[in-house]
Each structure stands twice: as C-alpha cells, then as structure tokens.
Design a protein around this ligand. Structure first.
Ligand code: NAD
Length: 263
C-alpha cells in the first residue's frame, strides 16, 4: 500500500530503541524524512545509522531528555532551524517507574508529569503552528493499554496517560478543520526493554522467575504471545498516512486482544 507520505517530515521522540525506533523505521521505509531523539547520544547515533542503512531515509538525531523542559525547547528550536516544519509528530517517552501509590513521592509524580504529559504538550505546542499553516498534520501519542484497563502497580502510567488521552481528545476537535488528525496508539505487552525491566521488577517483588512473570503475562493475552515492535509500528505508519485522513480522536490498541472491554 502506498502510504502517500513520501517526503513528509516526522519527529519521533524517544526513538533510540523499542517502540519509538520501530515507528521511525516504518516511517523511514515509507519515504519519510526523520528526526529522532533520546537522551544517550551514542545510542541515538547508532540507531540513526541503522535506520539509514535499512531504509535509505534522511535522518537527523538530536539528543534530548524529554523530562527536561529546556531540552524539549532546544529540540524544537533545532528541528525548526534545520527543517522549518514537521508534518508527523509522534510523542513517545520512556515509561514512568512502576510502583503503588505509597511508594511514590511528590518528586516522582513531578518527573512523571514532565516526561509523560508535558513533553507531549510542549512538542505539540511547538510544531502545531506550521501544521496549521500548511493545513496538514498527524499527531500520534504513544500511550498504553492502561488507559482502557489500568494495570496493577503502574500508578504513574495509569494516571498520566489518561491525562494525555484527555489532551489529545480535546485537541483533535480544535485542529480538525486544518486537516490535522490526533490519535493515540495503545501498546499492549510488546517485546522491548521496557517490558523486560517491568518483568524484572515483578520477579523481584513476587520472588518468582522472569520466565514465570512472562508466561503469566502471555496467559492473559488471547494471542498467547507478546507483540513485536514492528506490529505496533505498522499502525503508527497507517495513522500517519494520507490514507488515514478521516481517522481522528481515536485511541487504538495493538494488544493481541488483551483489553477485555468493548471499546
Ligand atoms: P523502551 O524502554 O524500550 O524505549 C524507550 C525509549 O525512550 C528509548 O529510546 C529511551 O532511550 C527513550 N527515553 C527514555 N527516557 C527518556 C527521556 N527522559 N528522554 C528522552 N528519551 C527517553 O520502551 P518501549 O517499550 O519502547 O516503550 C515506549 C513507551 O510505550 C513507554 O512510555 C512505555 O511505557 C509505553 N508502553 C510500552 C509497552 C510495551 O509493552 N513495550 C506497553 C505499554 C506502554
């Protein structure tokens, strides 16, 4: 399928590995010019080189810590200086720490707010004016299945991703007249470092092996296995495409059937 986005410009935040990297690779393969960001410059440059080799895309890699507002502003300034605009914004960030309410102090909430909600809001604020002027844009927020069915022990993620969902749902109507769509992508359990770290934390907490934790997770997934990052990225590429021009304000899961609700 021709996605109709060859030559478009995408910023994919938190993209040195995992889901962000998979989305960037999929968009690069569709002929999109890419801007990647993550904290670790070395890892970021290696990922950028891999994506250039795999897809032939033009790739800029800009280090930034998304939990720091000044880094987000510097990232925006650099992107706009180099490329003048971004057509496709994918807001992604590392997941906030796991833990129940009483393990999290005010600083943990503050950092999680900056990482999960504020980074998505500020990236959108910086890039929206040019999308409106050009009357075309795609804003995709990577959230989680936790927005439809909260997961035990993920207090910060359960709370702040709901805020991103409210932000996106409200923004979608405000920008629809400009040909800009706003959608949320909800990863289920997908084989990345994040899932491994969460499984390690559960294994320590419950005194069981990591394999046991993983098989417990897989037993709750109708597909009987975790997803692959590329399976998640396929949805991102479609929603970013010209073909998805009438799909907005949606929260769509890629979870192998894990969410038990009707929507
Ligand atoms: P990951 O840990 O594999 O990758 C996270 C990426 O974010 C890396 O590139 C890392 O360098 C970058 N990053 C982390 N903190 C950052 C910061 N402060 N500033 C800039 N970059 C930063 O995680 P993932 O599995 O790819 O998950 C991506 C998002 O999706 C996370 O928010 C995660 O919680 C969420 N999620 C993942 C799953 C899953 O099963 N993988 C499920 C639900 C939700």
């Amino acid at each position: 399928m021709d996605l109709g986005i060859r030559g478009r410009v995408a910023l994919v935040s938190a993209s040195s590995r995992g889901l962000g990297r998979a989305i960037a690779t999929e968009l690069g393969a569709a002929g999109v010019r890419l801007v990647l960001c993550a904290r670790d410059e070395g890892a970021l440059q290696r990922t950028a080189a891999d994506i250039v080799r795999e897809t032939g895309a033009d790739v800029d890699a800009i280090p930034a810590d998304l939990s720091k507002r000044e880094d987000v502003q510097r990232l925006l300034q650099t992107v706009l200086e180099r490329l003048e605009h971004v057509d496709i914004l994918v807001t992604n960030a590392g997941g906030p720490p796991s833990g129940p309410f009483e393990s999290l102090d005010a600083d943990a909430w503050d950092t999680a707010y900056r990482l999960t909600l504020q980074s998505a809001v500020e990236l959108t604020r910086g890039l929206l004016p040019e999308m409106k002027r050009r009357r075309w844009g795609r804003i995709l927020n990577v959230t989680s299945i936790t927005v439809k069915q909260p997961v035990e022990n993920l207090m910060l993620s359960n709370s702040l991703r709901a805020a991103v969902t409210g932000f996106a749902r409200t923004l979608a109507n405000e920008v629809a007249p400009y040909g800009i769509t706003v959608n949320n992508l909800l990863p289920g359990y997908t084989g990345t470092d994040r899932v491994l770290h969460l499984a390690e934390a559960t294994s320590r907490r419950d005194g069981v092996s990591i394999e046991e934790v993983q098989s417990r997770i897989e037993s709750q997934i109708p597909m009987g296995r975790m997803g692959e990052p590329a399976e998640f990225a396929a949805l991102a590429a479609f929603l970013a495409s010209e073909r998805a021009s009438y799909i907005t304000a949606q929260s769509i899961a890629v979870d192998g059937g894990w969410i038990r609700g009707l929507y």
